[in-house]
Design a binder for this molecule. Structure first.
Ligand SMILES: [Zn+2]
Ligand SMILES: [Zn+2]
Length: 105
């Protein structure tokens, strides 16, 4: 029997730190520090098993007509002191777009 229903997700658009973005996009952070471990632990503490459903990027701004063929700044929010929404880090720094998909029951 085939179930044609697409999985449903609760989509959260996040503003994450550079470490989160690297970890989400590359699966690792190669800067010779324990950033990867710290960030990974923070993500798990924040999102639990849904860390595996985190993806880099987010929606374009309402006034952006980029169809993907060029670069734009929609996924770069600039410097912020607000906590990283990916790993919970309170360190100030640049924030980037990421998305977490939480499967609905
Ligand atoms: Zn854009
Ligand atoms: Zn983070």
């Amino acid at each position: 029997m085939t179930d044609n229903t697409l999985p449903k997700f609760d989509v959260h658009n996040l503003r994450v730190c550079g470490c989160c973005l690297q970890l989400i996009a590359n699966g690792e952070i190669n800067n010779g520090t324990d950033d990867a471990e710290v960030t990974s632990a923070g993500q798990v503490a924040t999102w639990g098993p849904n860390v595996t459903n985190m993806i880099a990027g987010g929606p374009h701004g309402d006034d952006c007509d980029n169809d993907g063929s060029t670069d734009c700044d929609c996924e770069d929010f600039g410097f912020s002191w607000s906590d990283c929404e990916g790993c919970g880090s309170a360190l100030g720094g640049d924030r980037y777009a990421a998305t977490v998909l939480i499967p609905l029951p």
